[in-house]
Write a new protein. Structure first.
Length: 121
């Protein structure tokens, strides 16, 4: 399944769930006219630059990210339960939010990549 098909399926599910249509009514709801709308909507979202966030689970994958990358930890949380982001600084270390102290990657994996500098793509 490619990114367009995955995004199209997500849109279809969101429309059906938001509309409270039962599963048996979905084929009718997503008939010919709706299918075209889903295709054009998915194409427009992808053309605008959307890409599904990449998940990184190993230190090796994290080390491959360039300086300036920003990730969001799936496990490392602030005291109030909010997820914390980390940025790789020029020193090559991962720094938590706006704080100057660095943290070892084993403490915050897995992560979702929020930003990679353009030169790295």
């Amino acid at each position: 399944m490619n990114a367009r098909d995955e995004l199209r399926g997500t849109l279809a599910n969101a429309i059906c769930n938001a509309s409270h249509y039962p599963k048996r009514a979905q084929p009718h709801l997503l008939g010919g006219d709706m299918s075209v709308v889903l295709d054009k909507t998915a194409d427009a979202i992808l053309a605008a630059g959307y890409r599904k966030p990449r998940t990184i689970t190993t230190t090796e994958e994290l080390d491959a990210l360039p300086n300036g990358s920003v990730v969001l930890s799936d496990v490392y949380k602030a005291h109030h339960g909010q997820a914390i982001s980390f940025q790789r600084w020029e020193d090559g270390l991962w720094h938590r939010g706006a704080r100057s102290g660095s943290t070892h990657p084993d403490n915050f994996l897995p992560v979702s990549v929020l930003h990679e500098p353009e030169a790295a793509r």
